[in-house]
Write a protein that binds this ligand. Structure first.
Ligand code: NAP
Ligand code: F7E
Length: 349
């Protein structure tokens, strides 16, 4: 049985990857941050009581800013594969918290790599790199395209990308970068635009929300389906040689198109409900990201199966179902935490 360590296990990708690894027979260890409230909703269904039934999933407290703790965990778990997914992953928030983003999203990677090198752990390492690194480089973007990061998040990811390559080339480590384009799901964080849209459409249809406030509707993204993307992560870690791969659908749409798909799926016209709010604009915008993942298709046999309109349908159906479950159980639906404007002075990006 192989052992994997997953950072960011409580996030969207961490939860799908953990399902995949457990299904493949792995023992999985995950790092979570201590919080005053539970933050493990996405993986609660996977967690069995380790006392009653020795589980194959173990959670450990840790933080990317705490190098001692990371070293301790790596040395005691001795994983075969490390999937490093944890990060401050929100581009807009990285403009508000650039130093924290650099510390976690950038330096967090080298803290892990340097421990693996110093302790001489014989493990493979996956770095969650991002299409945001291409930034201002026009599409289509592939493994050879230059990086022009346009945000503190993208700059931190670019540092982490290069340090991962550096440890591979300098120390012979099996360390790979998965350069993933946007990928979404019903588990997507509520402040990323696709989920913000599908959640709001479901709530507006149910009469729980009046308007949706958004920023730039012209941005073009290559949106894929997260459960498919974690398969690509795993495949990259099973090759004879460590290499970097772009993972994308190769198709794209604008935020405006996605609004049409999501609102249309529940019989609404988005133009009747969407308002502009400049607070959702970014100091620098990434206009268009569309990936060319031919290398992943040729070498990994991976291609995306779900594209924009189908993805919007999967997400909105899940949000409608969740809302109906709450209402059916007589529980107040979750607060409109994003884009509902009136609910908070804090802008939920
Ligand atoms: P996500 O849902 O935002 O999850 C991020 C995870 O990182 C969460 O588990 C979070 O824990 C954890 N984390 C954040 N700061 C941490 C810290 N200081 N110490 C320990 N853990 C910390 O992100 P995702 O969408 O699953 O993405 C996974 C990774 O892929 C990220 O690195 C992201 O930047 C990258 N990526 C994502 C996409 C995409 O479209 N989804 C595309 C390319 C690359 P909490 O639950 O406690 O917040
Ligand atoms: O924005 C526009 C916004 O925040 C998409 C992360 O997973 O993918 C993600 O980063 C687009 C942008 O994702 C709102 O300006 C308009 O052009 O959903 P997003 P992102 O910035 O592309 C990459 C690959 C990652 O690596 C990141 O970790 O939508 N947009 N109005 C808005 N975006 C948000 N969030 N909120 C709005 O109201």
């Amino acid at each position: 049985m192989k052992t994997a360590l997953v950072t960011g296990i409580s996030g969207q990708d961490g939860s799908y990857l953990t399902e995949l690894l457990l299904a493949k027979g792995y023992e999985v260890h995950g790092i979570i941050r201590r919080s005053s409230s539970f933050g493990t909703q996405r993986i609660d269904h996977l967690y069995s009581d380790p006392v009653a039934e020795p589980g194959r999933l173990t959670l450990h407290y840790g933080d990317l800013t705490d190098g001692c703790r990371l070293a301790n965990l790596l040395s005691s778990i001795v994983p075969d594969e490390v999937y490093h997914l944890a990060a401050q992953s929100h581009v807009r928030v990285s403009f508000d918290e650039p130093v924290f983003t650099g510390d976690t999203t950038g330096l967090g990677t080298v803290r892990l790599l340097e421990t693996i090198r110093m302790v001489d752990l014989p493990c493979r390492f996956y770095q969650a790199s991002s299409s945001e690194m291409f930034g201002g480089t026009p599409p289509p973007q592939n493994e050879e395209s230059p990086f022009r990061p346009q945000s503190p998040y993208a700059a931190a990811k670019t540092y982490a990308y290069w340090v991962t390559r550096n440890y591979r080339e300098g120390y012979g480590m099996y360390a790979v970068n998965g350069i993933l384009f946007n990928h979404e799901s019903p588990r997507r964080g509520e402040t990323f635009v696709t989920r913000k849209i599908t959640r709001a459409a479901a709530r507006i249809r149910a009469g729980e929300q009046k308007a949706l406030y958004l920023g730039n509707l012209d941005a073009v993204r290559d949106w894929g389906y997260a459960p498919e993307y974690v398969e690509a992560m795993w495949l990259m870690m099973q090759q004879d040689e460590p290499e970097d791969y772009v993972v994308a659908t190769g198709t794209s749409c604008t935020v405006r198109d996605f609004l049409g798909y999501a609102f249309g799926a529940v019989g609404l016209d988005w133009r009747d409900h969407v308002r502009f709010d400049e607070r959702y604009l970014r100091p620098v915008e990434v206009n268009a990201l569309i990936g060319d993942s031919r290398k992943a298709a040729e070498k990994l046999g991976w291609t995306a199966r779900t594209h924009g309109e189908e993805l919007a349908r999967i997400m909105i159906e899940a949000d409608v179902r969740e809302l109906e479950l709450h209402r059916g159980a007589g529980i107040s639906p979750p607060l409109p935490r994003s884009g509902a404007h009136a609910d908070s002075q804090i802008v939920r990006h």
